[in-house]
Design a protein around this ligand. Structure first.
Ligand SMILES: Cc1ncc(COP(=O)(O)O)c(C=O)c1O
Length: 365
């Protein structure tokens, strides 16, 4: 057994990325987005089955761009889960829209549809559904589509953690709403360092996304601007890495599922560790997320055993950045007991067993 420290997560790049970068640097020095970026977008579109894919600097501004392109404006309310990475609400706060927090389902940590329904008011413009750890809500995505249709709301899927995850009907996450967003930050299943992607089947939205991310240019290569846009563009260097990472995605999807299964089997008789409902046929867990007893003590015990973990997101309404009143029992419970175990695709079976053995020792099982 290795004594090497097992990190909770780390990106994984190999010789292929290095070689592709060196080849690109021999060939072109512009680095700004061009053919490799278009090829990376096509690779994501092919993999997800999207009609359009538009890449951006990261998975936060991609959500802001999605909000802008779908017509969300300052003063509008956007319903978001209280359990998510803070980028979800921040992305709409940035344009002056107001995130409205609702609780999540205890089984999936995706938005609770009854809570979402109850939060709809005259200023509500959109629902930003986070497919937490690649999961879909128990209520079903169709129920969210219906709710949005009934109230004329825009459905945006924050699928930052869900590349490689599909709904049970086979549709890739991100493609049920008006637009879906992915992130390629360092801990994601594939990474370009920073990076985001939007997918949509709507031609008009795709057109707006492309313009808005390129300063509102009327056409590529001109300095004529019909509207205000931004610089939310990518680089060829990231695309070169992303193209190599996309080739590795199918293997990583399978491996993530195997890793999750092994953790579940190893810990099945440890009642202090509870897993969420993860459909391992259609979805791909990004992280191994569990609810545990005595979290801080467990974390310290694992750290002393050379194992890294990370506490899950605290309820966002309670973060100083928002400091909003409200009681969201599930998000609060996750804030107290949620823990991410080592989750990198490169984890070996022996390392998983070492983590599980250390957990068993802690609980005396
Ligand atoms: C649910 C969710 N939304 C948005 C983001 C933001 O993505 P990025 O870090 O690429 O800005 C993340 C990143 O972890 C995320 O998990």
């Amino acid at each position: 057994m290795s004594d090497e420290f097992i990190m909770q997560m780390r990106p994984w790049f190999g010789e292929e990325e290095k070689r592709a970068l060196a080849e690109y640097m021999e060939e072109d020095g512009f680095l700004t987005e061009f053919r490799r970026t278009a090829a990376f977008e096509q690779a994501i579109a092919d993999y997800t089955g999207a009609r359009h894919c538009i890449v951006t600097n990261n998975g936060t501004v991609s959500l802001t761009l999605a909000a802008l392109a779908t017509g969300i404006k300052a003063g509008d309310e956007v319903i978001v889960p209280d359990f998510t990475m803070i980028a979800t609400p921040n992305s709409v706060q940035m344009i002056g829209a107001e995130p409205v927090f609702v609780d999540v389902e205890p089984e999936t940590l995706c938005m609770d549809i009854d809570a979402a329904r109850a939060a709809i008011g005259p200023r509500t413009r959109a629902i930003m559904l986070v497919t937490a750890n690649g999961r879909y809500p128990r209520a079903g995505i169709a129920a969210f589509e219906r709710l949005c249709a009934e109230h004329e709301l825009i459905l945006i899927e924050d699928s930052a953690q869900s590349l490689g995850s599909r709904y049970p009907d086979g549709t890739h996450m991100g493609l049920k709403g008006a637009v879906g967003s992915f992130s390629f930050s360092a801990p994601k299943i594939i990474s370009t360092g920073q990076g985001g992607a939007l997918v949509t089947n709507d031609d008009a939205i795709a057109h707006r996304l492309r313009r808005l991310k390129d300063f509102g240019r009327a056409r590529g290569g001109t300095d004529i601007h019909d509207e205000i846009g931004y610089n939310f563009k990518f680089t060829e260097l990231q695309a070169v890495i992303g193209l190599e990472q996309m080739k590795k995605l199918p293997w990583r999807v399978e491996r993530k599922r195997e890793i999750y299964r092994r953790y579940m089997q190893n810990l099945s008789d440890v009642p202090e560790v509870r897993f969420f409902d993860q459909d391992l046929v259609h979805t791909t867990p990004w992280f191994i997320d569990v609810m545990v007893e005595n979290r801080e003590q467990l974390q310290a015990h694992l750290k002393a055993a050379g194992i890294g973990t990370r506490v899950m997101y605290p309820p966002i309404n309670r973060q100083k950045a928002y400091n909003r009143p409200g009681h969201y029992p599930v998000a609060e419970e996750v804030g107290r007991r949620g823990l991410w175990l080592p989750s990198a695709s490169q984890l070996t079976d022996a390392q998983i067993d070492r983590v599980c053995d250390a957990i068993r020792v802690f609980y005396g099982r």
